[in-house]
Every structure is written in C-alpha cells, then in structure tokens.
Design a protein around this ligand. Structure first.
Ligand SMILES: [Zn+2]
Length: 95
C-alpha cells in the first residue's frame, strides 16, 4: 500500500483516533520522510477485506478495484461505492 503523505497536525488527529480505538486511524502514512504504519494485529482474511472495503468507502474509492469514484447517487447525494465499471456489473438493477 502506498503511504499517504501527512502533515504534523494530521498526525495528532491520527493519534487521537488511535487512542480512542477508532479504525479510521489505521493506514500507512508518510511524515517527514518516515513511514508510519498503523495496522490491526492478527487480522483474519475476512476482517482484512472488510477493513479494506471500509477504508475505500470512506475515501470515495470503488470498494472492488480502488478506483476513484466520481459519480454521486442523485437520491442520496453520496458518492457511489463502486466505480462506473463495477457499478454496471454489480449494482445493475439495484438502487
Ligand atoms: Zn471498480
């Protein structure tokens, strides 16, 4: 996974999330040339997939391929959880 470049104030946010046990703190970060990796220990395969999906969802990426989702669902105003390709394949006929 490519680390996300962050500034020191973002680091405080990540650490405060981590202290609260929030899963939003999990990730790979790059700060002042240092790579910081926060990950769950002893995850099962299913849990890992679940986390990956969740992270992609919050970042507005397709949960299947990780591509940036640009289209919003007109009825909810939220970004779709799938890219155009996967939405056509998977969400076809569903709302
Ligand atoms: Zn996709």
């Amino acid at each position: 996974m490519k680390p996300k470049s962050i500034k020191s104030d973002e680091l405080s946010k990540i650490f405060s999330d981590l202290k609260k046990g929030e899963e939003s703190s999990i990730g790979s970060y790059l700060i002042k040339g240092v790579r910081l990796q926060i990950s769950k220990f002893n995850l099962s395969g299913a849990e890992r997939v679940q986390l990956l999906y969740k992270r992609r969802r919050t970042q507005g990426l397709c949960i299947v391929c990780g591509k940036k989702v640009t289209k919003k669902n007109a009825s909810t105003g939220q970004l779709y959880r799938l890219c155009e390709d996967h939405r056509n394949k998977i969400d076809k006929g569903t709302k």
